[in-house]
Design a protein around this ligand. Structure first.
Ligand code: GLU
Length: 380
């Protein structure tokens, strides 16, 4: 934590962000009566998003609001909903929410693509290779993914429940460098600013110390819709993934432009870059489930920074699923790398030694060209 004054605040995180996840809470999207979306606000932020894109940023939106938007059409009044009512409201609301984003971004000729995820998709299942690849493909096609939790199918055990953590998982999954949580408050305070005149705004956090955690704990009861606790949990995930996180006030019409113009916010600064953090996770954070032996040509290719192709693999050992971590060994049995296998051990054994163009004929489906993509590989 630093005591830098507002003027000295290092804004470059938001300015320089290249791949940015923006989380938008229900409170920002809904009108005061809670009966519909704030179309003016959506239109205004769509202008900001278009401007940010023109400046060369890739954008992913994590938009809440499905449950809130879905209440009225289903005749669900105010008051607490049961879990199954929330899920029904989400089903009715999600289609309207996605449509609203589509309408808001259409004048800027930006395509949106709806992606609904559960906790499992982002934490463990197949090490989230599928969701990551789809999101990367959408970005490369110039679309803005509009992401929400798949509330309709997520049961209590596999729910995030809050989109702060979902957004952080998405940021981690796509190796984003910046995560912006647009909220109804301009950051973290040392105490509840609406009750305590001495509450100090925190500009910058480099370490989630118990002191910082305590600030969220106290403040949560008093202000904020999602609360600061889930925001700090999101910060922990983002920082570990090498992604800076910003909590900013999103209530005004052009919150992203305001941020660029130095609006007050709290920045959580990680100590590493996303790429480095992901590589550390692959190298040390996962237990390998098997190994692949590769030929001398593949060893050279990997050392030159290339991906591992099935053609270079001579042996598959162990039992692993797609997305599991495996050890890569040279012809002499020495470990040369670790990575996430794009194929299960069964399929890997069938395609080893084959050219990538033959994969479909051997397996009966068209998988990835690479056995391990270079982004999913770390040399020893
Ligand atoms: N997924 C929920 C929705 O779209 C929102 C969760 C949250 O607000 O954090 O309604």
């Amino acid at each position: 934590m630093s005591n830098a004054t507002h003027a000295q605040r290092p804004i470059e995180g938001v300015e320089k962000g290249k791949r940015v996840v923006i989380k938008i809470g229900s409170a920002l999207l809904m009108n005061e009566a809670g009966t519909g979306l704030r179309q003016d606000w959506l239109d205004a932020i769509a202008c900001d998003l278009a401007a940010w894109r023109r400046e060369g940023r890739e954008i992913l939106l994590v938009s809440s609001g499905a449950i809130a938007v879905g209440r009225a059409p289903l005749g669900l009044g105010a008051g607490t909903l049961r879990l199954e009512e929330c899920q029904a409201a989400a089903a009715a609301g999600q289609i309207r929410l996605a449509h609203a984003w589509q309408e808001a971004l259409a004048p800027h000729a930006i395509a949106i693509a709806q992606v609904l995820l559960t906790l499992e998709d982002t934490e463990s299942r197949r090490r989230y290779l599928n969701a990551r690849t789809t999101l990367n493909t959408l970005l490369s096609l110039g679309a803005i993914p509009v992401i929400n939790e798949n509330d309709t199918v997520a049961t209590e055990e596999i729910r995030f429940g809050d989109n702060d953590r979902l957004a952080a998982r998405v940021a981690q999954m796509v190796s984003a460098d910046t995560l912006i949580l647009l909220s109804d408050i301009d950051g973290l305070y040392s105490a509840d600013p609406r009750r305590d005149a001495m509450a100090r705004h925190i500009e910058e956090v480099r370490d989630l110390t118990p002191e910082i955690e305590a600030m969220a704990g106290e403040a949560q009861l008093a202000y904020g819709t999602g609360g600061m606790v889930t925001k700090l949990q999101a910060a922990r995930i983002a920082m570990a993934a090498g992604c800076r996180m910003v909590i900013a006030d999103g209530r005004g019409a052009h919150p992203l432009e305001a941020l660029k113009a130095d609006a007050r916010c709290t920045s959580f600064l990680p100590s590493s870059e996303p790429k480095q953090a992901r590589k550390q996770w692959i190298a040390g954070g996962l237990s390998p489930c098997g190994h692949l032996v590769v030929d001398a040509g593949a060893v050279k290719a990997l050392k030159d920074g290339k991906s591992l192709l099935p053609a270079g693999v001579t042996e598959v050992a162990g039992t692993f699923a797609r997305g599991d971590a495996v050890i890569v060994k040279g012809p002499d049995g020495q470990e040369i790398a670790r990575g996430l296998s794009a194929y299960s051990s069964t399929d890997a054994a069938r395609i080893l030694g084959h050219k990538s163009r033959d994969i479909a004929a051997v397996l009966g489906y068209r998988g990835r060209d690479e056995m391990i993509h270079r982004d999913d590989l770390v040399l020893r």
